[in-house]
Ligand binder design. Structure first.
Ligand SMILES: NC(=O)c1ccc[n+]([C@@H]2O[C@H](COP(=O)([O-])OP(=O)(O)OC[C@H]3O[C@@H](n4cnc5c(N)ncnc54)[C@H](OP(=O)(O)O)[C@@H]3O)[C@@H](O)[C@H]2O)c1
Length: 269
């Protein structure tokens, strides 16, 4: 971690009330910086376990699925800080269900939270990010690299975000803004209880089987990515690289593997 990068910086984190966003906040709280923390439950975000004496924390209640709430947050932030060095576009929800069973409300809510809200928020803060030649770091998923069975709404919302932010990256080359997409693997967080089932009810699924990262491990990678203006698409491990490459080299083989591996996630019960 480059200490000097974070000293006196202004950092915005969406989804700071839980999981990866909360771990990011706790890691960065050790630096003399200004942090703007957003979430619907921003008011409940506790003080970090350890913090630098010159750390400033702003908690901003914001529902990314509500355009007026996002607009209020943009105005609030724009009145209080002159620039943004790093915008961690982290908040998100998952949605589990087959393509044909997910209700349209679930598609809409997932896109409102994972796509339209973040786009509106990033657009609104872009002048402040440009002011600092800052970095926008998005917590994305390997499910954005290919349409994953049982995750049509989630995969689609995150891969749409990839496309929009890739456009932004190219368009803002002259402003010196960094735009990176970090495809996180399974991580131990509340994602599977805070997400939606196909009817729009709260998911209550057990954590994914197999190896999972801790939120702290993921936060540490996101922090390194934020320090690197050249970072673009970041995958963590072999399964991320595998998805990234196989979509071009052998999509048929990739689909067979996804079918077998995730069969239980989309079979008709
Ligand atoms: N966990 C994984 O396995 C995994 C894997 C790949 C990618 N990711 C991505 O990691 C990011 C963080 O998720 P997490 O795993 O840390 O899950 P989490 O523990 O459920 O945290 C999600 C965060 O997003 C916020 N959020 C959700 N809906 C929101 C809304 N409408 N408006 C504002 N904030 C909202 C939540 O805050 P409030 O509820 O207080 O609003 C919470 O702080 C997500 O973008 C997710 O897609 C996670």
């Amino acid at each position: 971690m480059k200490k000097e990068f974070w000293n006196n910086s202004v950092v915005v984190i969406t989804g700071a009330s839980s999981g990866i966003g909360k771990a990011l906040f706790e890691e960065l709280a050790l630096y003399p910086c200004q942090m703007v923390l957003l979430a619907r439950r921003a008011g409940d975000i506790p003080e970090p376990k350890s913090k630098h004496k010159d750390l400033t924390i702003h908690r901003v209640t914001c529902d990314l699925a509500s355009p007026s709430s996002v607009q209020d947050a943009i105005e609030w932030i724009s009145k209080r800080v002159s620039h943004v060095d790093v915008l961690f576009n982290n908040a998100g929800i998952t949605a589990h269900g087959r393509f044909d069973s997910l209700s349209m409300e679930v598609y809409q809510k997932t896109f409102a939270t994972n796509f339209f809200g973040p786009i509106q928020f990033i657009k609104g803060l872009l002048p402040l990010v440009a002011q600092a030649k800052g970095n926008i770091v998005t917590t994305s998923t390997v499910s954005a690299l290919y349409g994953v069975p049982g995750r049509a709404a989630y995969s689609a919302s995150k891969s749409a975000l990839h496309a929009a932010l890739e456009s932004l990256r190219i368009e803002s080359l002259e402003e010196g803004i960094g735009v990176s997409l970090v495809c996180v693997p399974y991580t131990d967080t509340a994602l599977r209880t805070s997400g939606l089932d196909s009817d729009g009810k709260l998911l209550s699924e057990a954590p994914a089987k197999g190896k999972r990262k801790s939120a702290k491990e993921v936060a540490q990678v996101l922090i390194k990515v934020a320090e690197d203006k050249e970072a673009r698409l970041v995958t963590f491990n072999l399964s991320g690289k595998f998805l990234e490459w196989m979509r071009f080299f052998s999509p048929k083989f990739l689909e067979k593997i996804l079918y077998k591996k995730l069969y239980n996630d989309f079979k008709i019960h």
